[in-house]
Design a protein around this ligand. Structure first.
Ligand SMILES: C[S@@+](CC[C@H](N)C(=O)[O-])C[C@H]1O[C@@H](n2cnc3c(N)ncnc32)[C@H](O)[C@@H]1O
Ligand code: SF4
Ligand code: SF4
Length: 316
């Protein structure tokens, strides 16, 4: 299913720090947030030791986007970018854009390889964006993206549609065009609690459910590494992985596997390699469950019932 030679895409959650509070984020929703957040970084030495270019012969994308992190909070961020910049892979960075200075962002543009995107999560065309991105400041974000784009950086504007910002979608697209963004991504979020907007029939693929589990991450030859160093099949397991790490509470088959196969010794980078993790019994049993009568529940929800976000991507 996954092998080191076929992995094309790494998702890396660099930290458990963020400067703002988005209402729908795991940081705000999880009951265990205080035990997880603002504690740990995946440090540069671990990254250098566990991610060596020669072990990822088919790598195409390194994506700095986790479930709880603002990657630009990482104190060694520039060194991490420098490290991956000569991998000959595309680098993506998902950010709220409200940290750091214009000088910092202009420098980042010079460090990134030719193929890159910074994906700015801006859910509005002005201060309306601060309604969801609570604690952010649109004017500051604007200064930062101008500095980055002006220094040759390539940007993607990402807009999560809610009832309160839907009316600004076209305006945001227009600003993105004027400001030199390369792409525009609209997210129709499946999360219920933040008054997100239902997709229009003609806008997206309307398939409601598949007859089998079609693993999004293995189809994309992609894996996920969280800031604690746990190597897991995808981002959709990260909330469970993080919560189990601090509570030890078994909720379903997934935590049973973490417990049974002692995840700290089998999928955590403090004691394993990425190769060992993706070949571990935890990974094998998740994959094997797909063809049984009791598939891992999260896999069933996300990759059969398709309970996940929908994206609409446009070139500007
Ligand atoms: C936890 S964030 C980490 C990256 C960065 N802090 C950010 O917000 O862009 C991961 C991704 O989730 C997105 N996100 C935040 N709230 C969301 C929501 N309610 N529905 C769907 N995606 C959301 C973010 O925009 C980002 O692309
Ligand atoms: S900026 Fe990203 S990590 Fe921070 S609260 Fe918002 S979604 Fe979560
Ligand atoms: S939820 Fe399961 S099936 Fe879906 S991408 Fe993740 S590991 Fe694959």
């Amino acid at each position: 299913m996954w092998t080191m030679d076929t992995i094309e895409w790494l998702d890396i959650e660099l930290t458990s720090f963020c400067n703002i509070r988005c209402k729908g984020c795991f940081r705000e929703i999880s009951n265990e947030a205080d035990k997880i957040l603002n504690k740990e970084y995946l440090d540069l030495d671990t990254i250098k030791e566990k991610f060596k270019k020669e072990h990822f012969s088919n790598i195409k994308i390194v994506n700095f986007c986790g479930s709880v992190d603002e990657p630009t909070t990482h104190p060694q961020f520039f060194d991490i970018i420098r490290y991956f910049a000569d991998w000959n892979a595309h680098i993506n960075i998902a950010t709220n854009g409200s940290l750091r200075t214009e000088k910092w962002w202009a420098t980042l543009a010079t460090l990134l390889p030719e193929s890159h995107r910074v994906t700015w999560g801006i859910d509005g065309a002005d201060s309306v964006s601060e309604i969801y991105r609570e604690g952010s400041n649109f004017e500051k974000v604007k200064k930062n993206f101008r500095a980055f784009n002006g220094a040759g950086g390539k940007s993607n504007w990402q807009f999560i549609v809610f009832e309160h910002n839907e009316h600004q979608l076209d305006q945001a697209k227009e600003i993105a065009k004027q400001e030199g963004f390369k792409d525009f991504k609209t997210i129709i979020s499946h999360r219920k609690d933040t008054k997100t907007v239902k997709p229009k029939q003609d806008e997206i693929d309307t398939v409601e459910e598949l007859s089998y589990i079609s693993c999004k991450y293995s189809n994309q030859k992609r894996i996920f590494i969280n800031h604690m160093g746990n190597v897991i099949p995808c981002c959709h397991y990260n909330s469970k992985m993080l919560e189990y790490s601090v509570t030890g509470k078994v909720k379903d088959q997934f935590e049973e596997l973490l417990d049974k196969h002692n995840y700290k010794d089998t999928i955590n980078l403090k004691s394993t390699t990425v190769d060992q993790a993706i070949n571990s019994d935890i990974w094998k049993e998740i994959i094997n469950s797909w063809s049984t009568d009791s598939p891992a529940p999260r896999c069933n929800q996300v990759c059969k019932q398709l309970k996940r976000d929908k994206f609409i991507k446009e070139k500007l």
